[in-house]
Design a protein around this ligand. Sequence first.
Ligand SMILES: [Mn+2]
Length: 474
Amino acid sequence: MSRDYTRFVDEAGKLSVAICERAYENQPVMILGHNDADGISATAIAAKILYRAGVKFHARVIRRLDASELERASSSGRMVILCDMGSGYLHLLSKYSWVSGLAILDHHKPEVAEPPSNSIHVNPYLYGVDGESEISGAGVAYIALKGFPRVEYRDLSILAIVGALADMQDVDVGRSLKGVNKLIVEEAERDGYIGVQRDLLLPGRESRPLHTALAGLVNPFIPGLSGDEDACVSFLSKLGISLKESGRWRTLSDLSNEEKQMLFNELLRYLAENNYPTSTLKNLIGVSYILQREKRFSYMRDAREYASLLNACSRMGLHGLALTIAMGDRRVDLIAKAEAVYGEYRGKISSYIRTITSEPGRIVSMGKFYLVRCLDLVEEDLLSVVASIITESYLADRGMPVIAISGAAGGEVKVSARLPRSGRVQAIDLGLVMRRAASKVGGEGGGHSVAAGAYIAKDRIEDFVAALIEEMGG
Ligand SMILES: [Mn+2]
C-alpha cells in the first residue's frame, strides 16, 4: 500500500473547486449520507460547508442506496452529493441520469466500473490510500470540500476524526488513528480543536460516576458487569476503590494511576477466571481525542464517545437528531434527549447480548464460521453492533468469522458479518463472501474485508447458509 497521502489530499482539494462550481450552478443541492455515525459526520461536514458557502441544500441520511432512493434522487433533477456511500454502486448509479451532476464522496472499496457520466468520484483507493483504516467517509467529505473558496472549514476537522473513530479506524499503536486520519488529527491539534491523551477508555471517563461508566461499557462487553450497575458497585468496592469523594461521585478521570492500573488488572483477572477472551481488554487502553471546544462534562467532549452518541441516536431511528448534533446544535433539551436515547440504546444492547449468550441455539458453530441467530430478537439497525460485540467479547479467540442474522423491513433478512482479529491471518474477504453468497440467493451484499453485510429474502436463509459454507470451504 502506497503512502501517498499528500497526492490524494491535493487531488481531492482540486476537485473541491469543481464540486463548488457545480453546487453554485445547481441549487438547491441534495446531500444524501449513510445513516451510520461516519455517514452522519460526513453529511454534517457537507451541509456546513454548503451553508457557509451560501449554497442552498437539503440533507438527509438513509440506511442504504437502493433502487427507490436512486430513482428519487435522479428524478429530482438536482445535483446530488453522496456521503460515505456510492463507490460500491458505480454500475447501478450509471443506470440513472444525473443532469445536474453527482459527487460521490466515499471510502468504501470502489466497484470496478466506470463512474457515471457527469459525476465526480472521490475515493482514497483511487490514489493507493486504504479506505478501511486510513480515512473515513467523513474524512473524504472533509478533504473533498474544504477547498471551497473563502469558506472556513478548520473546525470541521473534528467531525472527520469522529467519523474515523465511528468506523473503528483507530487501529494504529495504542488505538490511535493513522494515514490521512493522522494528518487531520495533527491539523486539528495545531489549530487547537483537539487534544490527545492516553488513558483507560471507559465511556464517560470525564462525565459519569465510575460504576455507571463501567456498567456502560458495551464494547468490549464484560459479562456480568456490562449493563449491571449493582455488580459494578460491588466489583469496585471489593477492590477498595472509593466511589465518592467529599460527597461527590468520582469519575474515571478522578482516579490515580495506581487505581486505574489495579482496575485494569482486576478486569483482566476477572475475564481470565471466567474463561472469557482477555484480548479485547487491550482495546480498553489507548489514545483519547478530546474536543477542546466542547464542555468538560458533555458527551461530545471525547471524540470516541461523540461517535457513540451519534451512532446510538441513529440506530434508535433518530437520524435527524444525530445530524442536528453533528452540525453543532447544543440546545440543552436536544442534548438531554440524545443522552436519554444513548442510555436506552445501551440497555437494549446489554439485554440482547445476555439473551444471545444464555439461550442455547443462538450461537451455532458451522465449522468455518459461527452463525448467530437473532431473527426474532434484534432489530436490523442494532444487528451489526450486536455482531461486533459477540465477535470481540465472546468469540474473539476462535479465529473464525461471525455471521449474525436478524429480520429486516419488507420481510427481508439482514446479515452482518465480522472477522475477529485472531481470524485475520486467513486470507478471507468478508465483503466478497457476502456479495457472492447473497447474489447466489438473489440478495445483495458487500462491505469491508473484516466487516460486511447483506440483505436476503427470508425464505432463502438455509440456501444462504449453504452458500456461505461453499464460499468459505466449510
Ligand atoms: Mn464510513
